[in-house]
Design a protein around this ligand. Sequence first.
Ligand SMILES: C[S@@+](CC[C@H](N)C(=O)[O-])C[C@H]1O[C@@H](n2cnc3c(N)ncnc32)[C@H](O)[C@@H]1O
Length: 206
Amino acid sequence: MGALTDERRHEQCSPAQLHDEGLKRNSRPPSSSLYRPEGREGRMKGGHSPKRCKKRCRVVACEEVSEYRAAVLALVNSNDVVLEVGSHVGGTTKVIASVAGRVVGVDQQPELVAQARQNYPEIQFENFDAFDSTKLVALAKSLPQRITKVCIDISGSRDLATVIRLMDLIDKTINPDIMLVKSQALKKMLLRARLWIEHPLNAKVL
Ligand SMILES: C[S@@+](CC[C@H](N)C(=O)[O-])C[C@H]1O[C@@H](n2cnc3c(N)ncnc32)[C@H](O)[C@@H]1O
């Protein structure tokens, strides 16, 4: 089924499939033609490297907090360094910390970050606006290993344009393996989406 199936698979996969996908993506190289193994290996050992070749970041969309946390448990493992954007008082950050190698929560509201630090002193929380790309890159560079997964929750009801703008920024600056995005608008849009790709299956339908 090729590229079409591969691109669409995340939309409807079960938690078990998501889990397999998460593990597979941690253990084998993706098929992107832009991918160069030495780029990724170099980054894993030496932290953030601007020289590495970009690879495709996969997107997983969900809408409810229960889905968001279930997806975290299915996709994240102890090899991962995870950034949660919109960490609030740390509820989901704590769930991520239970399965990830490392997690950093970011929130733009200082009082929420203070509360999160009080709730979970063992977890790193930072206070800045995630649209500030300079701070985003500085945070990524400060970590000993590259950020492999980013969980985005700047409110599930946030408008699609803002969510996409943030996803694009994170893709360009951090380029994680997976972006898990809690957004009602994004999930609804992706459920209706189909990629136009020259593919025998599409030729039959058309
Ligand atoms: C729905 S709450 C997150 C809940 C949390 N992820 C959880 O599961 O417990 C959304 C959070 O996103 C934060 N936020 C919204 N826009 C942001 C931005 N541009 N940068 C950083 N944080 C942002 C808000 O301050 C708020 O705390």
